[in-house]
Ligand binder design. Structure first.
Ligand SMILES: Nc1ncnc2c1ncn2[C@@H]1O[C@H](COP(=O)(O)OP(=O)(O)OP(=O)(O)O)[C@@H](O)[C@H]1O
Ligand SMILES: [Mg+2]
Length: 260
């Protein structure tokens, strides 16, 4: 049986759009007829878990039928001993993966900080998608600027480590896609600079750069009802020009995923 394609949404910086984009990509593949599982290893915050449960509430209240991914949330262990806590988290994570055996896609949402469960999830990724806000502060998670010298920083080093872990465990590599999110025209000079730095770094750090998503109010509105832009047709809601453009940005990103 073909293994599921595992996509991990990660960035050690909070609030960059990981959960929102994870839910949108899950819905895209579900609408394509694929079997999709989602795992929230950011269970403490639980954004993805709440996104899915808001969707279930919407479906019940509106008596409508919308696809829902098979969802798991993996919690941080309460055990005091570090080794034993990590062991429990690993068992629970692997158990969720095993329950999704036979699925086409497993999408994993991770927290915006460096914790064991996040590292573990990254080490199982076929593809990592890293959204970042279009600023030099966000860029700092990927690359450290020391005078004219640029070197990989915290998150890039973590991805590098997990690439080695995966190679040792499964003899498989990890594809890494970095995308800018919430792009605006307000700071177009800054935008050009960030793009320049990212393009220059892509090869060296080992990621592919996606075009990214513009800032769109709609994304903030959808969470409460558990909906995505891909559900509008099914619920007879009209798409504006901005929504259509956002869907195209999503398709462009999905087009970059090397699904088996
Ligand atoms: N392209 C966008 N345009 C406008 N708002 C957006 C966009 N993408 C995400 N958002 C909004 O930004 C906020 C943060 O998004 P989200 O929760 O997906 O980020 P996150 O990276 O998962 O955060 P955390 O690290 O806290 O888990 C949410 O309110 C979301 O609706
Ligand atoms: Mg999140």
């Amino acid at each position: 049986m073909a293994k599921p394609c595992i996509i991990v949404f990660g960035n050690e910086k909070g609030g960059t759009g990981k959960s929102t984009i994870c839910m949108h990509i899950a819905m895209y593949f579900l609408r394509e007829g694929a079997a999709v599982g989602t795992i929230d290893v950011d269970a403490r915050q639980g954004t993805l878990t709440r996104y899915v449960s808001n969707r279930l509430i919407f479906i019940k209240e509106k008596q409508t039928s919308l696809a829902v991914p098979k969802h798991f949330s993996v919690h941080k262990s309460g055990r005091e001993n570090l080794k034993s806590a990590e062991q429990e988290e690993q068992e629970n994570f692997v158990s969720a993966l095993q329950q999704l055996e036979g699925y086409d896609f497993i999408l994993i949402d991770t927290p915006g900080n460096d914790v064991f469960l996040s590292r573990l999830a990254h080490s199982y990724a076929d593809t990592i998608i890293t959204p970042l806000n279009d600023s030099f502060v966000d860029l700092d998670m990927l690359v450290r600027a020391d005078g004219n010298n640029l070197s990989p920083s915290l998150y890039s080093e973590m991805v590098w480590e997990q690439r080695k872990v995966r190679m040792a465990r499964e003899k498989r590599s990890i594809d890494w896609i970095v995308m800018r999110n919430r792009l605006t025209n307000l700071y177009s000079h800054n935008r050009g600079k960030v793009e320049e730095v990212l393009s220059a770094l892509a090869k060296r750090i080992g990621f592919r750069l996606a075009t990214g998503f513009n800032e769109r109010v709609i994304f903030r509105e959808l969470f409460v009802s558990g909906l995505t832009l891909l559900d509008f047709e099914a619920i007879n809601r009209e798409l504006t020009i901005s929504h259509v453009a956002a869907k195209q940005e999503l398709r462009d990103l999905i087009g970059m995923i090397n699904a088996k």
